[in-house]
Design a binder for this molecule. Structure first.
Ligand SMILES: [Zn+2]
Length: 252
């Protein structure tokens, strides 16, 4: 039997995807103790504002993983609507919406009674960052790590992506992986082409097919499940990751 998808987080943090654009996810994170709310990559202001209004009309923090329009386009409008600060990578401040908090690796972002740490994750873009909240534990990894895949190397090198994935892979087993796109179905087909005998992957691919057939998001997933089935996390070295990534770029 395929594992059931992770249930809504029962702990101090509650996380929920907000489907936007054609296949993006913005994410809503709430600290249940204080009620404080953050959104990650709110590219579609209308959809994100509507969700936040439905849930009480509170927003305390906007987090940006990287500068691409399908992650940041609505950020300023969302932030202004609720008077929330925008946080993103200092290294990319010249091409991000105006930042109230310019972040470097190891910096903390505070949300009510909790906080997250900034992890540099270059590869997809040079200034890409991820956010890890240990209280979840929850990871927002933008276009670095996807379920069963990883981001295209648009600016970075295989070496950078390998290093970024190594850092994320070292996070706790039960970390909820909240990525920027619904790419899992296509990623599963590619992953099966390179790891046809991986039992965890075959089980996950069947689960993904069921989820997509019913219109259910395939994310978040648990990091432990990604480590078992994601070819880019299973790649033992940089050349293997580079080979998988270039094959995926032309995979149909
Ligand atoms: Zn991107």
């Amino acid at each position: 039997m395929p594992a059931s998808p992770p249930s809504p987080t029962p702990g101090p943090l509650d996380v929920s995807p907000i489907p936007i654009l054609s296949d993006n996810y913005a994410w809503r994170l709430r600290d249940n103790r204080s009620g404080a709310v953050a959104v990650v990559d709110p590219a579609d202001a209308g959809a994100v504002i509507a969700r936040l209004e439905r849930e009480g009309g509170r927003l305390d923090l906007v987090l940006l993983t990287h500068h691409h329009d399908d992650h940041v386009a609505g950020a300023l409008e969302v932030a202004r609507r609720f008077g929330a600060p925008i946080a993103g990578a200092a290294a990319d401040r010249h091409r991000l919406p105006p930042l109230d908090l310019a972040l470097q690796e190891g910096d903390r972002v505070f949300l009510g009674d909790t906080s997250g740490v900034v992890i540099d994750t270059p590869g997809h873009t040079r200034g890409h960052v991820s956010f890890f909240f240990g209280d979840g534990p929850v990871l927002f990894c933008g276009d670095t790590l996807f379920s069963l895949g990883c981001g295209r190397l648009l600016e970075g090198t295989p070496e950078e992506m390998f290093g970024s994935l190594r850092k994320l892979s070292a996070l706790p087993d039960d970390t909820l992986v909240c990525c920027g796109h619904e790419y899992t179905d296509s990623n599963a087909r590619f992953a099966l082409s390179v790891l046809p005998d991986n039992a965890a992957l075959r089980e996950r691919a069947a689960e993904v097919a069921t989820q997509r057939a019913s219109g259910t998001p395939t994310v978040p997933t648990r990091l432990v499940a990604e480590r078992a089935a994601n070819p880019f996390l299973l790649a033992p070295d940089i050349p293997s990751l580079a080979a998988f990534r270039s094959r995926k770029d032309s995979f149909r």
